[in-house]
Ligand binder design. Structure first.
Ligand code: NAD
Length: 371
């Protein structure tokens, strides 16, 4: 009989639903590993929790997340609440002996992130972060192209992450506008491109950042206006090791951009370009060959780019955002089983947190900050 693993889910918004879909689908897609048993779901209010538990297929529901942590049948906890809750919930889960799958950013303060890592280490449990974009089969392919030396020695990386959910000056003030959520674009957005950098090249070594607020105040639900406490835009220069310079531009108020994470990698023999808005294709330019027919060529995702084949046997049909979360869920299960896994665990995640806080310090001091 297939082994099971008891799952708890805290939070059922955008990411909560995404985790629930992953837990529901992972066994059907990959076939191996334990079958997730959806044991307990927590939300702010018991009646809402019950409704979401019925929709997502969880057995028990609670309006008190600590009851979920105390449930002995819960073995792994998805933390998908706003940033300010991550540290408290993840640490409580680890101290209760659960594995943890926590959404990004790791925490609001570096001290909390360090406490989360310490709790993970002390517990001996698996603790990973929700850096789903590293799971795209084409990001794996980019790693293989780099490792093969196909574009030569990489000397420059340019990253952009833009969306327009804060572009309207009259968009309502909400938790992402509060300082309790962090700095703004830097830790809401910047951590994703940083996860790609970490996966492909390693930690950044030096940063210089400028943060800005396009709108000083936003309307509140009760018809008043409230001062915006976070920065929706960030411009960053960075270096990786001695040889790679980089630029990272982040904007949560970029009209027309819906899910852009654009990555350009420039090497001595070619260039790789990728954009999450077109997540099933990457562009490759090689400097050799006939100059008359040279140009970027498009590589479409297909079953040769594992684990695309687990979803669809036909090339060019395309995976979606939620599929990346499902791949991440499978990698988490592999990590829990002690198998090699492509995850950013709490130890690796600290590199991203250190970079984010160094960028914030750079903005404050108007100076380069070394890590
Ligand atoms: P959301 O507002 O859509 O959902 C948050 C949910 O948490 C809500 O349903 C809310 O009721 C619930 N909640 C709040 N406090 C709670 C508590 N004390 N107990 C139980 N439930 C509680 O937010 P979201 O967009 O899903 O973001 C959640 C987290 O996911 C954030 O940390 C965010 O940075 C992250 N996120 C990650 C990605 C990604 O690509 N990995 C994308 C979006 C958001």
């Amino acid at each position: 009989m297939t082994a099971t693993i008891g799952v708890g889910l805290i939070g059922t918004g955008y990411m909560g639903k995404c985790h629930a879909l992953a837990w529901n689908g992972v066994k059907a897609v990959f076939g191996d590993g334990p079958r997730p048993r959806l044991v307990h779901l927590a939300e702010n209010h018991a009646d809402f929790a019950r409704r979401r538990a019925d929709e997502f297929g969880f057995e028990r529901a609670t309006g008190d997340w600590r009851a979920l942590i105390a449930d002995p049948e819960v073995e792994v906890v998805s933390v998908t609440t706003p940033n300010a809750f991550h540290a408290e919930m993840a640490i409580a889960a680890l101290q209760a002996g659960k594995h943890v799958w926590c959404e990004k950013p790791m925490a609001v303060t570096l001290g909390d992130a360090q406490a989360m890592y310490a709790a993970a280490r002390a517990s001996g449990r698996t603790a990973i972060l929700g850096y789903n974009y590293i799971q795209n089969p084409l990001i794996r392919q980019i790693g293989e192209i780099l490792d093969a030396g196909t574009i030569g020695t990489v000397n420059h990386v340019r990253l952009e992450m833009d969306e327009d959910f804060m572009a309207d000056p009259e968009a309502l003030f909400y938790w992402k506008s509060e300082a309790s959520s962090g700095y703004g674009a830097l830790d809401d957005f910047g951590v994703h491109p940083l996860s790609l950098l970490l996966q492909l090249f390693g930690p950044v070594s030096r940063v210089f950042a400028n943060l800005s607020k396009p709108y000083a105040a936003r309307p509140t639900q009760d018809g008043n206006r409230r001062t915006v406490e976070t920065f929706d835009i960030a411009s960053v220069l960075f270096e990786i090791g001695e040889g790679i310079s980089g630029v990272m531009a982040l904007n949560r108020s970029a009209w027309g951009r819906k899910g852009r994470i654009a990555l350009q990698i420039f090497g001595s023999k070619g260039t790789i370009a990728y954009d999450q808005e077109r997540m099933n294709e990457l562009q490759l330019y090689l400097a050799d060959g006939d100059p008359g027919t040279q140009g970027f060529r498009t590589i479409l995702a297909g079953p040769q780019h594992a684990p695309y084949d687990r979803f669809i046997p036909a090339p060019g049909h395309g995976l979606g955002f939620n599929d990346l979360k499902l791949i991440e869920c499978h990698e988490l299960l592999r990590a829990i089983a002690g198998e090699p896994a492509r995850v950013i665990d709490f130890a690796a995640g600290l590199n991203i947190e250190r970079a984010v806080h160094a960028m914030a310090r750079s903005h404050q001091d108007q100076a380069w900050v070394s890590l």
